[in-house]
Write a protein that binds this ligand. Structure first.
Ligand code: ADP
Ligand code: MG
Length: 654
């Protein structure tokens, strides 16, 4: 019933095209909302973009040349008659007869009295305003055909209205079905606004309901276990580190130890800018858990990062008798089985891995602490599933997403927050420079001078990971650089390499077998190579502030001067902002201003922050309302079985 092929107008071919837009069922289809609306209003022929209605008064003619076809006819627009030409719409010929009223959009050439139309509508625009939904499209799909398919599917769609009546009444919301219909077929602005508001509210309401439910669940599950920690040993360990902890690191640790020692279950987010040293805070926490005989699990978003944590931790824990394992999706089956066994019977103290460590079939022996690195990459559901492992483990999240505090309090409302703001001492401010593409030579000199200092360099190109051209483009870059830097070792890293290959490259870079690493954004997250002093980012304007900041954070991890070179042949406000500041919190605020919250600092990557319409900045007031409303509903959740089911499904709420 919800299959796409039950909709009139969707055959096998169209279904495949829709899949490209991530539309797999009717629900996806009806919630594939326009990204903007064009307002069509009758114009005069003098306007740049002409929109005009009239009557066809000559038999439409079609002519062919090359692979194009050309449709032409004469149009009576009341006070004059014009010639209309429209390319590649030959297929419309049968719909166009003498006497038919149409509206045309295009460019008017006065001298020739020709309207070169880019679009045609089969209605009279009259004196009213017509609001046209505009969708993101893909090859093989026109705006009109998509709108038609959506409308055809609306009758088959099943709309579960998640907003309780009591709230709907309060805000005078129209029904969900009506809203969705209007979003695709707006008659006037008033109804469109109402429809959008209602739809946004529903998204925010469901999101806040989950957050609040998690918060409630935490409170209810407050019966964590008090951990008895030998603080002297902790101080000894801290003293043995090759550096002094910063004030904020110590403060965060203080928060963590207070949580661990209380019988309240820890649920804490460590927010700190890239390079602020969150990892060591989590490692010290793990050591504490080891001391009192609990297992710890650390989950990272990528294999490279998990591996790096693993090596780092192995290194720091060398003097102790701690058993540490690395568990990845790519780990061999036989090996996995052995690891599972060892986790189950408690032979392993610390488990490091990707989301493979939350697999159903892993049974922990005595899991006391769960740590999620780069937490913004994981969604609420994953946030929850690791926490449900073991016996009420304490939970620590780390995030390099510096979100303004008010927002953090809302979207991470289920957590306590510690912020690491101060950077390790001795760090120099990374110098950021913008170069036009024509100045590549200067960049090459800069690279050379850093190589001469025996430093390492990242070269980043904005290729979409896994895209068709990825290999080709990156190979071209590689060739270029091999030619320019014959005496240096050059490595490449991209999404097409398998995990083993990626790891080898990363390890070679870490061990300085590679001087210059050419990469796509696979290096973006968390990678820590202290000897790297320069990152060069090609076509930098293509990246968002969040990514640029993360990438820049790969350098400046030592006491020598580091540089970030942004190459761009386009002006970009973002690049200027990057040049002006290194402070992630300021960048986050700027990012908010520029783009809104939709893709805030990479938050989008976490499954549940991908709102289709809502925008956490622009709709902040609504978010707060949704927060308050959802709290009230949660208090009487028994009355709302549909919502209860959702909570059960997504966060195992019972
Ligand atoms: P992030 O917060 O981005 O995850 P990391 O934890 O990877 O940052 O730390 C960045 C680098 O800084 C690491 O090489 C780490 O060893 C080092 N580091 C962490 N804390 C300090 C400190 N207090 N003094 C000097 N270096 C530190
Ligand atoms: Mg990190």
């Amino acid at each position: 019933m919800f299959d796409l092929n039950t909709v009139k107008g969707i055959g096998e071919k169209t279904e495949k095209i829709l899949n490209k837009l991530d539309i797999y069922n009717i629900n996806d289809l009806v919630t594939y909302y326009p990204f903007r609306y064009d307002i069509l209003k009758k114009t005069s022929l003098d306007d740049d973009k002409v929109i005009i209605s009239g009557k066809i008064i000559s038999e439409p003619l079609i002519s062919y040349f090359n692979k194009m076809n050309r449709l032409s006819f004469r149009l009576d627009i009341k006070d004059s008659i014009i010639n209309v030409i429209i390319f590649n719409r030959g297929f419309l010929k049968n719909n166009l007869q003498i006497g038919k009223i149409v509206t045309l959009i295009g460019k008017y050439e006065k001298k020739k009295n020709i309207l070169l139309a880019s679009d045609i509508k089969f209605y009279d625009i009259g004196n009213t305003t017509y609001i046209e939904p505009v969708y993101h499209l893909t090859k093989g799909l026109t705006n009109k055909s998509l709108n038609t398919i959506i409308n055809n599917s609306l009758s088959n769609a099943h709309f579960t209205d998640y907003i309780p009546d009591i709230i709907s009444n309060k805000y005078n919301f129209i029904s969900k079905k009506e809203s969705i219909f209007n979003i695709h077929n707006p008659n006037n602005f008033e109804i469109l606004k109402k429809s959008i508001t209602r739809t946004k509210y529903e998204e925010l309401f469901l999101f806040m309901l989950k957050i609040n439910a998690l918060k409630y669940k935490n409170r209810k599950l407050n019966n964590g276990y008090k951990k008895d920690i030998d603080m002297n040993k902790i101080y000894e360990f801290i003293d043995s580190l090759p550096f002094k902890l910063t004030t904020d690191q110590l403060k965060a640790l203080d928060d963590i130890f207070n949580d661990l020692k209380s019988d309240r279950r820890m649920n804490r987010l460590i927010q700190g800018d890239v390079g602020s040293g969150k990892t060591i805070v989590s490692i010290i926490s793990m050591y504490a858990l080891y001391l009192c005989n609990y297992q710890c699990a650390l989950m990272a978003p990528t294999e490279i990062l998990a591996k790096q944590h693993y090596e780092n931790i192995i290194n720091l824990f060398k003097p102790y008798n701690i058993n540490i394992c690395l568990l990845l999706g790519s780990t061999k089956k036989s090996e996995k089985k052995k690891i599972y066994e060892d986790i189950k019977n408690g032979n392993i103290n610390i488990i490091i891995g990707t989301h493979s460590i939350i697999q159903e079939d892993i049974k922990y022996n005595n899991l006391g602490l769960v740590i999620t690195d780069e937490q913004h990459r994981f969604g609420v559901n994953q946030r929850n599933s690791l926490r449900n492992k073991g016996n009420m483990p304490d939970v620590l999240y780390m995030s390099a997403t510096p979100i303004p505090r008010t927002y953090a309090l809302t979207i991470y409302g289920d957590m306590d927050i510690s912020i690491i703001k101060s950077m390790p001492s001795g760090r120099k401010k990374i110098i950021t420079e913008i170069y036009d593409t024509s100045k590549l030579k200067e960049v090459l000199y800069k690279i050379k001078s850093e190589l001469d200092l025996n430093h390492q360099i990242y070269i980043v190109s904005p290729l979409i990971e896994g895209s068709e051209d990825e290999n080709e483009d990156i190979n071209k870059l590689e060739k270029k650089f091999k030619l320019a830097f014959k005496n240096y070792n050059i490595g490449i890293l991209h999404g097409k390499l398998n995990t083993k290959e990626k790891e080898k490259v990363m390890n070679d870079f870490l061990n300085k077998k590679i001087d210059l690493l050419i990469s796509t954004t696979v290096i973006e997250v968390g990678v820590d190579v202290k000897n790297a002093s320069l990152i060069v980012i090609f076509d930098a304007y293509k990246f968002g502030l969040a990514t640029l900041h993360q990438l820049r954070g790969r350098v400046g991890r030592n006491d020598f001067q580091s540089y970030c070179i942004l190459i761009s042949n386009k002006d970009s406000k973002r690049l200027e902002i990057m040049k002006d500041t290194n402070d992630g919190f300021i960048l986050a605020e700027e990012d908010l201003k520029l783009r809104g919250y939709g893709d805030l600092f990479g938050v989008k990557q976490s499954g549940d922050m991908t709102f289709k319409l809502a925008n956490l900045t622009k709709d902040y007031n609504m978010l707060i309302k949704a927060k308050d409303d959802s709290e009230k509903i949660l208090n009487e959740i028994e009355k709302y079985p549909i919502l209860k089911d959702i909570l059960k499904e997504t966060i195992n709420m019972d």
